[in-house]
Ligand binder design. Structure first.
Ligand code: DMJ
Length: 577
């Protein structure tokens, strides 16, 4: 038994202790999560450099690393199933993984290595090669990587110190963009899927392409036009996109594959995964980046059709574009990007419920299998692989940005742990050939550095996004939302009265990705890059964008639309379904 006096003092201490140590439960919580974020950021940083340094040691300047044999593959020409015989003997690759890593290097704060990469590419990259490449892959990886790196090299952060940067990356991007143009020379304006960088479209080239192959070129080619002042790239991509949209069915659905010479569909069944995914993504992101109302209208109708014909609870199956009837009941790894897109649209409740299902499947197998048959609740017999894809990490990052719910940090942590336990090898990170045995495959895809590591890093440290407003391309390369790129908005949507912000240091804001849902500021680079704020912006009542009613939501500065409160209690640009 404790003496009475002691018990009394213990009780007194318990009563007054909260004022002696004023750490509330939520402060303790937030310091726990801050420490967790620091720890996880370091883990992701180490993963990125393990992959990057092994690439530099064993594969550079070739395209991608083979981490098991510590060798390389010149995969740019293989992407999309090209056979190796198309490659000339002297072809030495195009340093694909280096190009793809550049924006991640900047996001992780390594300007020195970024500068080294800029200099090397400026001196060595050459597209005048007899190589048949896939237009879509080359656009999102190489053109997107170069355009984004050019913007990062020239933005107000002045990253390059050694000598002056003379737009070498933009010159390379323009050279590549010009080599894309012969692909669009078809009766329909829909581009060939394959093109030889030196000789243009090859004889007897296949006329079959995919919806994403010809409908997701607008961000990179549009940015190239805005940067060079030459509209030819954007016009070609826009013409193809419009033609594709005109091929939709009366249900506003598109198929998966088509013929570029006849403009006829080949595969009528489609979903939100392979062959279509980034088409939807680019309609909406093009609206954010270029402001055109047309993109919004196309996206809005397409999104409603997806929700109506493909969605089944939190899952998305495939359906025939002609009658909307379900065709294949499959969950595919690529579909996991969809909740991230829904966050940008403001459909957070739907994003959250689908994301949970993907997490569930990830946890069941340890990673996401390429294809999972929803009607049989079993793996697809041949597509059991996991090639280090980023889509689940990407959606997790967006959902955390929108909700700040630490549950998403835990999801990110388990993704990082799985990647480290199942795919890390001495020579880098290897793909998984079969998720049931975790047997590895000798390939470290460049998107592991461009996207998987980047989104995981941004989940735990979003300082790159503070006070900035970026759209990430489908390959994870950031492009800034610039008021000067919005010049073709219809009158009603031009955010008027842009005013320059006072130059004193601004207070630290919440991450710009959150602001992207209702951005207060934008970068204007017409003369030199400056932060400008929009007169139409009205912030949400609460900084976490939570709400009880519409009156607590503000006005989105990019679109000047009034935001509304969702059923899940978040302000957003909601769609009425
Ligand atoms: C990436 O190359 C891009 O995200 C593309 O749009 C489809 N998915 C791969 C990675 O999974």
């Amino acid at each position: 038994m404790l003496p009475r006096q002691v018990v009394k003092w213990i009780l007194v201490f318990l009563v007054i202790s909260p004022s002696l140590f004023p750490v509330s439960v939520s402060e303790a919580d937030s310091s726990y999560w801050s420490a967790k974020k620091r720890h996880m950021k370091k883990k992701v940083h180490d993963m990125f450099y393990h992959a990057y340094e092994n690439y530099l040691t064993h594969a550079f300047p070739h395209d991608e690393l083979k981490p098991l044999s510590k060798s390389f593959t010149d995969s740019l020409s293989e992407l999309g199933n090209l056979k190796l015989e198309h490659l000339p003997q002297h072809y030495n690759g195009s340093a694909l993984t280096l190009i793809e890593s550049m924006s991640s290097l900047v996001i992780m704060g390594n300007n020195t290595e970024f500068e080294r990469a800029v200099l090397w590419l400026s001196e060595n990259l050459n597209f005048d090669v007899d190589a048949r490449i896939n237009l879509f892959e080359c656009n999102i990886r190489v053109l997107g990587g170069l355009v984004s790196a050019h913007i990062l090299a020239t933005d107000s952060a002045n990253r390059l110190v050694q000598g002056s940067y003379k737009n070498q990356l933009l010159t390379l991007a323009e050279d590549l963009g010009r080599r894309f143009l012969p692909a669009f020379d078809t009766p329909t304006g829909l581009p060939y899927a394959w093109i030889n960088l030196k000789y243009g479209v090859m004889e007897n080239e296949t006329t079959e392409t995919s919806t994403s192959g010809c409908g997701s070129l607008i961000l990179e080619m549009g940015a190239l036009s805005r940067l060079t002042g030459d509209p030819i790239y954007e016009s070609a991509a826009l013409r193809a996109l419009r033609r594709l949209w005109s091929m939709r069915s009366s249900l506003n659905l598109l198929g998966t594959t088509l013929d570029v010479t006849t403009g006829e569909w080949i595969e009528y069944s489609s979903g939100i995964g392979a062959g279509v995914d980034s088409f939807y993504e680019y309609l909406f992101k093009a609206h954010i980046l270029f402001g055109k109302e047309d993109f919004w209208r196309m996206f809005h109708s397409a999104y409603l059709a997806v929700q109506k014909y493909f969605r089944h609870g939190p899952w998305y199956h495939e359906a025939d574009m002609r009658n909307g009837k379900a065709t294949y009941w499959q969950l595919t790894s690529l579909q996991a990007f969809w909740p991230g897109l829904q966050v940008l649209v403001g459909d957070i409740a739907a994003a959250n419920s689908s994301h949970r299902e993907f997490v569930h499947v990830w946890k069941k197998f340890g990673v996401l299998p390429e294809r999972y048959l929803l009607d049989h609740l079993m793996l697809h017999p041949t597509e059991k692989y996991y090639p280090l894809r980023p889509e689940l990490a990407e959606s997790t990052f967006y959902l955390y940005q929108a909700t700040k719910d630490p549950w998403y940090l835990e999801v990110g942590e388990s993704i990082v742990n799985s990647l480290n336990s199942y795919t890390k090898v001495d020579g880098g990170f290897a793909s998984i050939r079969d998720v049931t045995t975790m047997q590895l495959e000798d390939h470290q895809h460049s998107f592991f550095l461009a996207e998987t590591c980047k989104y995981l890093y941004l989940l735990f440290d979003d300082s790159f996004l503070v006070d900035r407003n970026y759209v990430f391309t489908t390959e994870g390369h950031p492009l800034p939302v610039l008021s000067s790129w919005h010049d073709r908005l219809p009158e009603a949507y031009i955010p008027r009265n842009w005013t320059f912000l006072p130059s004193e240091k601004q207070a630290r804001r919440a991450s710009a990705m959150t602001l992207q849902v209702c951005p207060a500021t934008s970068l204007d680079c017409r003369h030199r890059c400056q932060q400008v704020k929009s007169a139409c912006h009205i912030p949400d009542a609460r900084s976490d964008h939570r709400c009880f009613g519409d009156e607590e939501c503000g006005v989105d500065a990019t679109t000047c639309r009034r935001r509304t409160c969702s059923m899940a209690g978040y302000c957003g640009l909601w769609l009425f379904i």
